[in-house]
Design a protein around this ligand. Sequence first.
Ligand code: SF4
Ligand code: SF4
Length: 204
Amino acid sequence: MLITKPKDSREIESYFEKRVFVFKCYGCREVYFPEQEINKFVEERAKSISGIAEVDYLCNESFSKIYIEKNAHVIRNSDVIVVFSCGVGSQVISKLMENNIVVPGCDTCYLNGFQGLTVLDCDCNQCGECYLNYTGGICPITSCAKNLLNGPCGGAKNNKCEVNPEVDCGWIAIYERLMKINKEKILVENKIFVRNFEKIIKGK
Ligand code: SF4
Ligand code: SF4
């Protein structure tokens, strides 16, 4: 159960200059999902929308696979997939569609207290400003032992993390994913900014 807020429209507006397929996840609606704001944002850009899938629990890979298959014909004719969900949902869609450009429409905010237990490959640290649109849909915070926004650190050996050689280096995975979608230049375009830790501490 996570809470989200829509991204600043200036950050994602350029995606809507192309054909966009939208995923909306209602799984955590009871906690908080900014449904009205997102619907308004999407409706105002209706001309760019090729299709919309409204799903409960995008974080459930089996559900998500079914929705992707169901909409495959529309998705094929879309340039970008925008996912309005928490960071886990965006990562799952990105993982299942690794040859597509998949970007988050929301930031995931810090939520205090017990949030349930899940066994998921993808994790979100609720950092308050989602970077998945710059990292090929792989979370740099949870996939890197040092939570780097400008990795790799240079210590990886045979694609394994220097902190834990049992684990793949998240930043090599990010680079490889970006190569697949011809977006690796993002890494030298200075898109990733200094992390605002205040957003986590205060849950802004
Ligand atoms: S960058 Fe990672 S930790 Fe931050 S909101 Fe996105 S998925 Fe969550
Ligand atoms: S080796 Fe990769 S995952 Fe490990 S700390 Fe360095 S950049 Fe992060």
